[in-house]
Design a protein. Structure first.
Length: 228
């Protein structure tokens, strides 16, 4: 086991209910942004990494996603009969991901600027960190409402509070997942454990980021891409 990530987990199992009719007959990661599925924009970010495995969790309309991802060399972790949320999904995929720290990446956002995964890899310090989250200052977000998720101190340690939005990309050690009794749970539970140990950190993204959680986010994301 090393202390550096060599695998990527893509979260692709959700129902996409906030997308309304757009996800009636297709999973949210296959909704197109600028002519390409959302999940392909996420996969682009993995190209520059020295990662030898990319894994996606599947639940809603899994056959469509498997047919799209398998030819691209992406391994799939099927969640059935129930969806497991981010924490449970990550734990279920560990046989594919391995025991080292992993990158995790949400598939419903568009990044404009440096590759966030590359920035995370450069900033990762396993001696101090159990999780390093890529966070975006409120002013650099598009399509996001609310005051933010985290506040960072001068050293980059974070706590719950306003100012920074979690962009859906991180490096995280997975050992703490074994102690969580729930089957389906959010990664927030693991973050809370890591925070208590003073090992929850953020890197601040220097570019712009667009949330594609609702139908109106499609046009916003396409505008961001066109503005590059």
């Amino acid at each position: 086991m090393t202390r550096h990530p060599d695998a990527v987990m893509l979260f692709a199992a959700g129902f996409g209910t906030r997308m309304g009719a757009l996800t009636k007959d297709r999973p949210k990661p296959l909704i197109e942004i600028a002519g390409r599925p959302l999940i392909d924009h996420a996969l682009d970010l993995t190209d520059d990494l020295p990662a030898d495995r990319v894994v996606a969790n599947l639940h809603y309309l899994p056959d469509q996603l498997a047919a799209h991802l398998t030819p691209k060399g992406v391994l799939t972790s099927l969640e059935e009969p129930e969806i497991l949320e981010t924490g449970g999904g990550l734990r279920a995929a560990l046989p594919l991901l391995g025991l080292d720290p992993v990158f995790t990446l949400n598939t419903d956002a568009i990044w404009s600027g440096p590759n966030p995964l590359t920035l995370l890899r450069k900033a990762w310090d396993p001696n101090r960190m159990d999780a390093l989250l890529m966070c975006v200052p409120i002013a650099q977000t598009i399509g996001h409402a609310g005051p933010g998720d985290f506040t960072a101190d001068a050293e980059g340690r974070i706590t719950r509070g306003p100012g920074l939005v979690y962009g859906g990309a991180q490096i995280i050690k997975t050992e703490g997942l074994a102690a969580i009794s729930e089957q389906a749970f959010s990664l927030n539970l693991l973050w809370d454990q890591i925070h208590k140990q003073g090992r929850l950190f953020a890197a601040t993204y220097p570019g712009r980021w667009c949330d594609v959680g609702r139908p109106e986010g499609i046009a916003l994301a396409e505008g961001l891409i066109a503005d590059v």
